[in-house]
Design a protein around this ligand. Structure first.
Ligand code: EPU
Length: 342
């Protein structure tokens, strides 16, 4: 199925709830549809491209003048299984949490801690989504899609995806050039549970035995208690990444702020908690007009109603500046800002 529009309103296609339109919009449910579109609409090359999932990580600051491509490919199928593992082939348009529910229901582990993360499977593979001690890269076998430049279908093995914390080749070299159509995900029939993040273990035990279903229930309960539901208040989850700093810088910060949360990072680095830094600067619960900082998690910016993308962006820049001034730490956006500043 194909849907093709011009001057298309995007409010239903992103979770911040700000208003914006796309000059051109193309949605498809089969890979062949996209290939057909590329072959017959040569002028697509003249447009700026944006590949859209559920829009749970985007902030539009004005109307998008280019072409939005939405690969809304459905389907979860079993590609292969052996005694210990099962490999699922999942369409890029499947809702991430539907996949988690399906896996947990069938008793297959590896993604249960990633319950209730908004977005679609294709975007999850771009973003290397993570939560509660798990990252999707561990379970990804390969990522398939169409390279717009060569118009060919390519499969990237996990080792070729250049995954790191909330990052991948699809966000860098291949940004808006590679349309993910499906993701191969490997799950465990005898999973080892990861329960060492925060109070996940205690929360799981509240639901009974430690098993996949109760871990999922616990993660959902924790997320619902801390993170605003985008259907109620527009938001895109964490607005910034947790900053990674060199160990000596982290030690210096700890000497001045002994309560600062720090986590081990890759070689000679530590990860800081952006939410804590932002809260220390007094932003938690701040609201200006309809743009604000969530009262339970300072890393989440919220649209309380009619905030514009620009108002949310301006607030985010003020936050970034104040964290820089107070701690000397630079916050990098996790959310993709779309559009140019007036
Ligand atoms: N903290 C504060 N104040 C706040 C928020 C957090 O002091 O307002 C402190 C907490 O007390 C804790 C630390 O900061 O000591 C970390 O907080 P939390 O466990 O809530 O996690 P996070 O680091 O803020 C990350 C992910 C979330 C993910 C959670 C749980 C990033 C950018 N964010 O948040 O992912 O759900 O861990 O694993 O890595 C997302 O990416 O959209 C997202 C929500």
């Amino acid at each position: 199925m194909i849907r093709s529009y011009t001057d298309y309103p995007l409010q239903k296609h992103h979770t911040f709830g700000t208003s914006a339109t796309a000059r051109y919009y193309f949605e498809f449910t089969e890979t062949e549809d996209m290939k057909g579109f590329l072959a017959t609409n040569r002028e697509w090359k003249n447009h700026e491209i944006l590949i859209l999932g559920e829009g749970s990580n985007l902030l539009f600051i004005n109307d998008f003048q280019g072409l939005i491509i939405n690969p809304n490919i459905p389907g979860i199928s079993i590609a292969y299984e052996d005694r210990n593992n099962i490999w699922l082939e999942v369409g890029a348009g499947v809702k991430w949490d539907d996949l988690v529910e399906y896996a947990v229901f069938n008793g297959w582990g590896g993604i249960e801690n990633l319950s209730l993360i908004p977005g679609k499977v294709g975007a999850a593979a771009v973003q290397n989504i993570g939560a509660y001690g798990m990252e999707i890269q561990t379970q990804i076998e390969s990522v398939s899609g169409i390279d717009l430049e060569t118009q060919t279908e390519i499969t990237f093995e996990e080792s070729e995806c250049e995954y790191s914390y909330r990052d991948s080749i699809f966000k860098n070299k291949l940004k808006n050039r590679f349309i993910i159509t499906s993701v191969s995900i490997k799950l465990d029939k005898f999973p080892e549970f990861i329960l060492n993040y925060g109070d996940l273990k205690t929360e799981t035990e509240k639901h009974g035995a430690i098993n996949l279903r109760n871990i999922r229930k616990a993660v959902i309960a924790i997320r619902e208690s801390k993170l605003p539901d985008p259907k109620v208040y527009g938001n895109a989850g964490s607005f910034f990444k947790n900053p990674v700093v060199e160990t000596p810088v982290a030690d210096q910060l700890l000497a001045t702020y002994p309560k600062m949360p720090q986590y081990p990072g890759s070689v000679n680095t530590r990860k800081l908690a952006a939410g804590w830094l932002i809260e220390q600067c007094g932003w938690k619960g701040f609201r200006r007009g309809d743009a604000g900082v969530h009262e339970k998690q300072a890393l989440v910016l919220v649209n309380y109603g009619k905030a514009s993308g620009k108002e949310i962006f301006d607030l985010s820049e003020e936050i970034r500046q104040s964290v820089q001034e107070r701690f000397g730490v630079e916050l990098e956006r996790e959310v993709n800002v779309i559009g140019s500043l007036p």
